[in-house]
Design a protein around this ligand. Structure first.
Ligand SMILES: CC(C)[C@H](C(=O)O)[C@@H](O)C(=O)O
Ligand code: SF4
Length: 472
């Protein structure tokens, strides 16, 4: 019987399997950030252990770093302590880290791939749920908890149980103006936030294959929002081209050997799937979330749901609660929703392609950010993304239109730094979670693509970006 890509990577990394199915998995790459590592390092200290394989680790602070001038240091004492603690731990244990002033610093899920630290066929873990992002490279990548961070640091292995195999096939071409973010939001709208629970999802089909690596990362990033700990995309020329020549990528003879192996990293034609979902890309429209869960999502030309029309009492109550939190009336056109802030950034959408996509919309619309928009910010995913964007003049496009151009980090994705929504503020955000209070207590988040966020910034409310992009 054929194997799925997930089966192949799993088999390649299992050190031992217990009778009950618990396996010891070898971990190739461990990414570390400041939020989930302090207790892990403390655990090592208490037990008198060292890091098992230093070169497998790469650390960076991203959640607590300021996105404004960093020469001032970090004003908030808690954030400062978090970042200082990671610095000290990395120095003490000898782990490679990109410090806040290093231009390679950025969001952990942006810098891993950017550096070639994430490679096809690897097992990649990080104490962060959006580690699923790295699955775009045909790597088995998922988040782990802090006690597991300690386990990986100490042993280079993880206790794991194998998930089931789900195939999500997206065939065809998305309309102009739509992209990876709309694809993944449409998938979550279809299967729900629990749809992928217990599975590893492989994203396949012509619409996925035609995505750039940036787009594939956007899709895999939100696999966790669909309930799956890991998402995968098979390796192809796009993957190999992206990886080539990066600082941590193999070179010379090793490169050739690696490529030969990477070419085997796809599911066999006769692989068996536990679940298969199919979507028609041509039917996907620009997506906007209206509620407090990523599955509460609609097309921009839809209307806010009416709880009266929902027969299921539990679902009706959930809609009512979400509408109340979001301060939205039923049946209102999504495009009538006016926004206060715009956030273009996060590990979902802060890569160079995302910034290009947003800047293209800003250019096309012309003029300045709408007067009702108090703050529109662009937060590049890494210092290198920022530098590239500046080389292309994208920063000028944003700044001329009235956007703020910031330093890299998680920023307003979850408001662990100074960037946040005030109570009641409504935000068009390119991030991945719209939970209550996610971007600041009482803040209201609408998840959208970079193009949709840029369009909303310019017009002050949600607009069908297909119109701007010439897609309709
Ligand atoms: C802080 C971290 C543990 C968390 C995660 O695991 O995802 C964060 O990155 C998030 O996006 O909510
Ligand atoms: S950008 Fe947001 S989702 Fe990504 S790691 Fe940071 S906080 Fe988590």
């Amino acid at each position: 019987m054929g194997r799925t890509l997930y089966d192949k990577i799993w088999d390649e990394h299992v050190v031992h399997t217990e009778e009950d199915g618990t396996a010891v998995l070898y971990i190739d790459r461990h990414l570390v950030h400041e939020v989930t590592s302090p207790q892990a390092f403390e655990g090592l200290d208490i037990a008198g252990r060292k890091v098992w394989r230093l070169s497998a680790n790469l650390a960076v602070s991203d959640h607590n770093v300021p996105t404004t001038d960093r020469r001032q240091g970090i004003a908030d004492p808690i954030s400062r302590l978090q970042v200082d603690t990671l610095d000290k731990n990395c120095d003490r244990f000898g782990i490679t880290q990109f410090k806040m002033s290093d231009k390679r610093q950025g969001i952990v899920h942006v810098i891993g791939p950017e550096q070639g630290a994430t490679l096809p066929g690897m097992t990649v873990v990080c104490g962060d749920s959006h580690t699923s992002t790295h699955g775009a490279f045909g790597a088995l990548a998922h988040g782990i908890g802090t006690s597991e961070v300690e386990h990986v640091l100490a042993t280079q292995t993880l206790l794991a149980r194998k998930a089931r195999n789900m195939l999500i096939k997206v065939e065809g071409q998305v309309p102009r103006g739509c992209g990876a973010k709309d694809i993944v939001l449409a998938i979550i709208g279809r299967i729900g936030t629990a749809g992928g629970t217990g599975y590893t999802i492989e994203f396949a089909g012509s619409a996925i294959r035609s995505l750039s690596m940036e787009g594939r990362m956007t899709v895999c990033n939100m696999a966790i929002e669909a309930g799956a700990r890991a998402g995968l995309v098979a390796v192809d020329d796009t993957t190999i081209q992206y990886v080539k020549g990066r600082p941590y990528s193999p070179a010379g003879v090793e490169w050739d050997q690696a490529v030969a192996y990477w070419r085997t990293l796809h599911s066999d034609a006769d692989a068996e799937w536990d679940a298969v979902i199919e979507l028609d890309a041509a039917q996907i429209k620009p997506q906007v979330t209206w509620g407090t869960s990523p599955e509460m999502v609609l097309a921009v030309d839809d209307r806010v749901p009416d709880p009266e029309k929902e027969k299921d009492a539990v679902k009706r109550a959930a809609i009512e609660r979400a509408l109340q939190y979001m301060a939205l009336e039923p049946n209102r056109a999504m495009s009538d929703i006016r926004i206060d802030k715009v956030f273009i950034g996060s590990c979902t959408n802060s890569r160079i392609e995302d910034l290009r996509e947003a800047a293209a919309v800003v250019r096309r619309v012309g003029g300045r950010v709408a007067s009702n928009v108090k703050l529109a910010m662009v937060v590049p995913g890494s210092g290198l993304v920022k530098e590239q964007a500046e080389r292309e003049g994208l920063d000028q496009v944003f700044k001329a239109a009235g956007f703020e151009w910031r330093e890299p980090g998680c920023s307003m994705c979850l408001a662990m730094n100074a960037d946040r929504l005030e109570p009641g503020e409504r935000c068009a955000s390119t991030s991945n979670r719209n939970f209550e209070g996610r971007q600041g207590a009482g803040g209201r988040t609408h998840l959208v693509s970079p193009a949709m966020a840029a369009a909303a910034a310019m017009e002050g409310h949600f607009v069908d970006v297909r119109r701007i992009a010439g897609g309709t």
